[in-house]
Write a protein that binds this ligand. Structure first.
Ligand SMILES: [Zn+2]
Length: 415
């Protein structure tokens, strides 16, 4: 109780500033946020920073993308950089510490990240469901000593809102910088899932951004989180999650306390937005690469703490290792040639499905994590070709012509 009062008064001091900043943030939401690049000659350019590294800054102004040499740039202020920094700050914050969450909400507001401000406030509301000031900042209503939140246009008591998700049409709707979610598994699951996905987004950028010159995703990726497999429409109970490219939406369900296969499907979603959609539809990636990449990211993230994935040193998938060992003993392994030629539909087929996924993961992992920098560089070359629509088996064989024998055996052996 003491702590509650102490935190409460600390919060009240923050409240007016936060409320004002929130109002400004809401106004800013109506237009695409404007980044600025200040040049060494003093000129300021406004637009959206799509990418920056030590050599150049790529700025989108209207429909035109402009590459500016780093030497001509004095400073850059971008929403992408502020968002990344914010997520780093979020990682050590306990999700039930209202005072720290409110400080994070304020930090998000200062960083002009209106969606993240609200996510932090919702976490704070869960930590302290009876605190009027938090509900007020969220725009919730107070009525007869209870707080009402808006779900699908209707005002419902906060404590009953999660239960409405039995009807998916009455699920929570929330947003983060890159994702929007409709979630029938409760508010906490929605918050954790959005932050898990944002962490995945930056993990992809950290691991591949420089080599593949990845751009910032400016569209919002649609996510639908169902409360159970049974609730998922038209997909069937045998599939727990899918990224539907035709609808550009990620469907998954809540299972064992988290969104099922989130990093796997989230990677499919990011690959779609980064390469197929954002790069003006150059075609899908080969099946093995899609699945290998998705499994790689799933194994690379330690997701023990909801909403706060940690990047592991290497991709760890003990289940795949066991499958590979057994397949090797039974002589069931696919040749690299066959693996490269598997179609996406082959990965859906139940026959030897576990071996296909395990080999796709193992080949991707072997090449990207290889201590031989030459081999890794060759794989990056292949990824550049593949993400530009030239990922055919012939491209792979040309690039790895000298490693043909090695790749037939080594990737499946790793311990
Ligand atoms: Zn997949």
């Amino acid at each position: 109780m003491t702590q509650l009062v102490a935190c409460g008064s600390r919060f009240l001091a923050l409240a007016p500033a936060l409320a004002l900043a929130l109002a400004c943030a809401a106004a800013a939401q109506t237009a695409e946020p404007t980044d600025t690049v200040v040049l060494t000659d003093g000129k300021t350019l406004a637009g959206l920073v799509l990418r920056q590294d030590e050599n150049e800054v790529l700025l989108r102004v209207g429909t035109r993308d402009r590459t500016i040499p780093r030497a001509s740039v004095r400073s850059v202020d971008s929403i992408a950089a502020r968002h990344r920094l914010f997520l780093n700050g979020w990682r050590p914050v306990p999700a039930d510490d209202a005072a720290q969450l409110l400080e994070m909400a304020q930090a998000a507001t200062h960083a002009r990240l209106p969606h993240e401000t609200r996510l932090m406030l919702w976490y704070a509301a869960l930590a302290r469901p009876k605190e009027a000031a938090i509900h007020e900042l969220l725009g919730n209503r107070q009525q007869g000593g209870r707080f009402l939140v808006q779900i699908d246009g209707a005002w419902v008591p906060f404590e009953k809102a999660d239960a409405l998700g039995e009807d998916f049409g009455k699920a929570w709707l929330l947003r983060s910088r890159h994702f929007s979610i409709r979630c029938a598994a409760g508010l906490r699951a929605a918050l954790d899932t959005l932050l898990d996905l944002e962490a995945l987004y930056w993990a992809m950028q950290d691991l591949f951004g420089k080599d593949l010159k990845l751009l910032e995703i400016c569209e919002t990726i649609d996510v639908r989180l169902y409360r159970s497999r049974q609730q998922m429409p038209g997909i069937g109970t045998h599939v727990g999650a899918v990224f539907a490219a035709d609808e550009a939406a990620l469907f998954t369900c809540f299972e064992n306390g988290k969104a099922f296969a989130l990093a796997h499907e989230g990677t499919h979603a990011l690959l779609h937005y980064l390469f197929v959609r954002a790069a003006r539809s150059r075609g899908a990636l080969p099946g093995w690469l899609e699945e290998g990449w998705a499994e790689y990211m799933l194994g690379r993230l330690d997701t023990k703490v909801p909403g706060k994935p940690v990047l592991r040193e290497r991709s760890e998938m003990p289940g795949h290792r066991a499958v590979l060992a057994q397949a090797a003993r039974r002589d069931d392994l696919y040749t690299v040639h066959r693996l490269l030629n598997l179609k996406s539909s082959d990965f859906m087929a139940s026959s030897l499905q576990d071996i296909k996924y395990a080999q796709a993961w193992a080949l991707f992992r072997y090449l990207i994590e290889n201590g031989n920098t030459q081999l890794r560089a060759s794989f990056v070359d292949y990824l550049r070709e593949a993400t530009a629509g030239r990922g055919q088996a012939s491209t792979f064989r040309r690039i790895f012509a000298r490693q043909e024998q090695q790749l037939e055996t080594e990737p499946w052996k790793q311990t």
